[in-house]
Design a binder for this molecule. Sequence first.
Ligand SMILES: Cc1cc2nc3c(=O)[nH]c(=O)nc-3n(C[C@H](O)[C@H](O)[C@H](O)COP(=O)(O)OP(=O)(O)OC[C@H]3O[C@@H](n4cnc5c(N)ncnc54)[C@H](O)[C@@H]3O)c2cc1C
Length: 469
Amino acid sequence: MALKDIVEVKRNDAGISTAVGILKQAFGEAFQTGEALRAQHAHTTTYIPAQLPDGVLFAKSSDDVQKAVEICAEHKVPIIPFGTGTSLEGGVNAPAGGISIDVSQMNKIISVNESDLDCVIEPGVTREDLNTYLRASGLFFPIDPGANASLGGMTATRASGTNAVRYGTMKDNVLALEVVLPNGRKITTAQRARKSSAGYDLTRLMVGSEGTLGIITQITLKLQGIPQAITGGVCPFPTLDAAVEAVIYTIQMGLPVARIELVNALQMQAMIDYSKLDFEPTPCLFLEFHGSETGVAEQAEIFNEIAADLGGGPFKWSAVQEERTKLWKARHDAYWAALGLRPGAKAISTDVCVPISRLADCIRDTEADIEELGLIAPIVGHAGDGNFHVLLLIDEENPEEIAMAESFVERLNGRALAMGGTCTGEHGIGQGKMKFLEVELGGAVDVMRGIKRSIDPDNIMNPGKIFTL
Ligand SMILES: Cc1cc2nc3c(=O)[nH]c(=O)nc-3n(C[C@H](O)[C@H](O)[C@H](O)COP(=O)(O)OP(=O)(O)OC[C@H]3O[C@@H](n4cnc5c(N)ncnc54)[C@H](O)[C@@H]3O)c2cc1C
């Protein structure tokens, strides 16, 4: 499959036109068919071309979702769940048309159980809104993808972010889900208990299912206490290799970093320009430590020694919240900063993840490949997890460049898989990575197909994503 090719799914024109009529009647203003709105719901941010749904329903409750799914199921019409539309692999595209069910207005925080450190929310709540709401309680939710995504979308893509090295990914932080299945039936996958051996783990089946098995209408999340003390800062290194070695030593010696993010020199330059940072454009690590006041100071000093042994430093760290907030805002804006390196270019965001012991080899070979091809492709990553992004900035109109980028992505994914890694640490498969999933998991993808067929026999739930049927 060429990068711009996407799997064709047969369109059911008659069913779609009937369902659109019924949905208009049933939902009135909440159901819209204007082209601009439909285009917005197929926006992919990346090189993947948009494929518009035929209508958009703004659901306000799980009952709305259930009713719409029943209508679509009866007429065998595709349903594309939509959170905030920030996914990077064409997840919200509608290759066979159908109805985008936008859950952004389902944004209630239903309960916060402070003594149990959990909360129950609707799927349209965004990660930033949840943390703003929680602030007074002394609790926070740690998963932080670069975008202010919805927690439904984050659950559906098994997202993670800069804090994953300490707090895990969505798979570690979702306790239970309410899901509307493709036949309209509503199920709850678990209770609020911290652990359970009760049957198949349907919660984890739904986490990462990318809207292909049902629409998540309620989420029970684990929360964390805001640490007593937080320190953070940036440490420069003479080479990317030295920065990566510092990450590996830090993780292998068990230093409890909360965040350890790698930024190469080109990406650093982009962030300096975009976020007005006062640093030199050399390879850097962005770090944060959580714990007691003496603990975090001690950890920062131990890291300083690791960095110095590798020719890096000085590690300038601070406990002042405003300074840390500025740094992490810049880190979260890394994608937009990188786009500034080549105005008008389209981005291909790779996100391989390898076992930590292979990280240096993988990044070294990848950097050499970028240099040889002369691509504009900054590197940034959640290096503590072995996960890094190469953001290829390409001219869509230049076939030679596209071919070069394609072969680069093939080699990068092949390299990561040969090292025991994965083609996607956090963005998911969507449309963009389908062929790499087959290479990575082989026969296991057939088991996924079997599960999909048993839950969604008419293939109406986000068809044309993850794998072909
Ligand atoms: C600048 C930028 C930085 C990013 N950084 C990161 C990062 O650090 N880590 C990371 O993991 N990702 C990152 N991403 C990708 C993206 O933010 C995540 O994939 C996020 O989880 C998508 O959430 P969303 O609400 O935008 O979902 P959408 O894009 O709306 O949907 C994503 C997928 O989930 C499905 N879906 C959405 N809501 C539901 C629901 N309620 N029920 C069932 N299925 C649903 C959709 O059908 C689609 O397949 C980044 C994206 C951008 C643009």
